[in-house]
Design a protein around this ligand. Structure first.
Ligand SMILES: *Cc1c(COP(=O)(O)O)cnc(C)c1O
Length: 407
């Protein structure tokens, strides 16, 4: 199957750029978005035949992805991530069983949905013949870039804040990236990548500073449509850092609408952040179109500790166009919710995923959503990467065991 990409477009000015050249931001310093010849695609392709001919997973959407050289399609075994309805915990969150569904992105290669974006960014880097990639990361993006870059035989350099979860830093290094801890936050790491471009010749793969990570993330929107029989949930709760997934899904829905494949009402897009780092929530509440930098950002949900996002205006536009909103939940609520969903349903969420469940509870309390509506929560990474409460009970094998205690 071929790609129907036609050009890139500046997300602010609409200026057009060639899709066959390497780009970071537009000349106005704004993200570039990939555009496709949807009329041609519609005339030539029948979506039902896609599903008959291709294996589940995001590469089946090739026609709506930018990679045109099959040899550059870098893969580590991407699965269609499951939809898992919450059971007992649904009631405790104020909802109804069956109406709160988790899309579990922790099943993807490297254990997070960053695999989607980085698979595309690395594939395009391979197609363009780039040989050195660099990225600032709170952990999961670095891990995904390291893994896909190794598959593609490209050099990878990764910069993480020095308090990034240890497992992330170690997985990045073990998967072959040159890995550095930085005494700052992700935006400080981003500055190092940006300023080193000329001296090193590396390509900057920061969120929305190259056009293709968002194309990978938009496949979450395609998958939702596929899995829900071309219906969509009433609301999507998305843990928002750089916002690629939220903007990406909104873009995916627009593309499917234009193709005439999606006829349902679009979901409310609800951005969830931590009260320790909530620039988008503030900007949304104050009616701003850009979000000022959040000072002293701090949260256990490291994936959403992003004090400033270059695509802030695109996140805010998507939320407003969809009649959604932005909500902040505190770290204690996040961890309690992580524990609740594990203990009640046996589903181990990452803190960012748990933030969306806490955000759902808040949305119910504030009458933003009703228990009768369907809500999709994104669990963006495996819960196994994050610290968990200790297990404390033990048995002495050398003394008689009191079996009553196990009842
Ligand atoms: C990156 C990340 C996020 C935020 O995703 P964006 O699309 O960049 O907003 C949320 N949770 C986890 C676990 C992440 O790794």
């Amino acid at each position: 199957m071929k790609s129907y990409i036609s050009h890139l477009e500046c997300s602010k000015t609409g200026d057009i750029y060639s899709a066959s050249e390497v780009h970071n931001l537009s000349k106005d310093g704004m993200p570039l978005l990939a555009r496709y010849d949807l009329a041609k695609l519609k005339a030539e392709q029948d979506k039902d035949s896609w599903y008959e001919k291709s294996a589940p997973g995001f590469w089946r959407y090739q026609a709506l992805l930018p990679v045109s050289n099959p040899a550059s399609q870098i893969s580590l075994g991407e699965v269609l991530t499951p939809l898992i309805p919450l059971q007992a915990s649904a009631l405790m969150l104020g909802g109804k069983q069956g109406n709160i569904i988790v899309k579990d992105e922790g099943r993807l290669p490297t254990g997070s949905f960053k695999a989607r974006g980085l698979a595309l960014a690395v594939s395009m880097a391979h197609q363009f013949g780039l040989n050195h990639l660099a990225i600032p990361t709170n952990g999961n993006a670095g891990a995904a870039m390291a893994a896909y870059a190794k598959q593609a035989n490209l050099k990878a350099t990764v910069f993480c804040p020095d308090d990034t979860p240890t497992v992330n830093v170690q997985e990045i290094q073990l998967q072959g990236a040159d890995t550095f801890l930085v005494n700052g936050l992700i935006n400080d790491c981003g500055k190092i990548v940006f300023e080193g471009k000329e001296k090193t010749g590396w390509f900057d793969v920061s969120t929305l500073k190259e056009p293709y990570r968002i194309e990978g993330k938009k496949t979450m929107g395609f998958e939702l449509a596929e899995q829900m029989n071309w219906e969509l949930p009433d609301a999507i709760f998305y843990p928002t850092g750089g916002g690629t997934g939220l903007i990406g899904m909104w873009k995916a829905f627009a593309e499917l609408k234009e193709l005439g494949w999606l006829k349902c009402k679009l979901p409310k897009m609800i951005a969830v952040q931590s009260t320790g780092c909530a620039p988008i929530v503030n900007a949304f509440n104050e009616g701003l179109s850009h979000a000022p930098l959040w000072e002293n950002a701090s949260t256990v949900a490291s994936g959403i500790r992003v004090p400033a996002a270059i695509g802030d205006f695109l996140i805010l536009e998507a939320i407003r166009e969809s009649n959604g909103c932005a909500l902040a939940v505190d770290d204690e609520h996040i961890i309690n919710t992580r524990n609740l969903v594990s203990q009640e349903d046996g589903l181990l969420l990452c803190p960012e995923g748990a933030a969306t469940a806490a955000g759902y509870q808040l949305a119910i309390e504030k009458n933003i959503i009703s228990p009768d509506e369907t809500a999709m929560l994104f669990n963006c990474a495996t819960g196994l990467k994050y610290p968990m409460p200790p297990a404390t009970k033990s048995i002495d094998k050398n003394t008689p065991i009191d079996y009553q205690q196990f009842l």
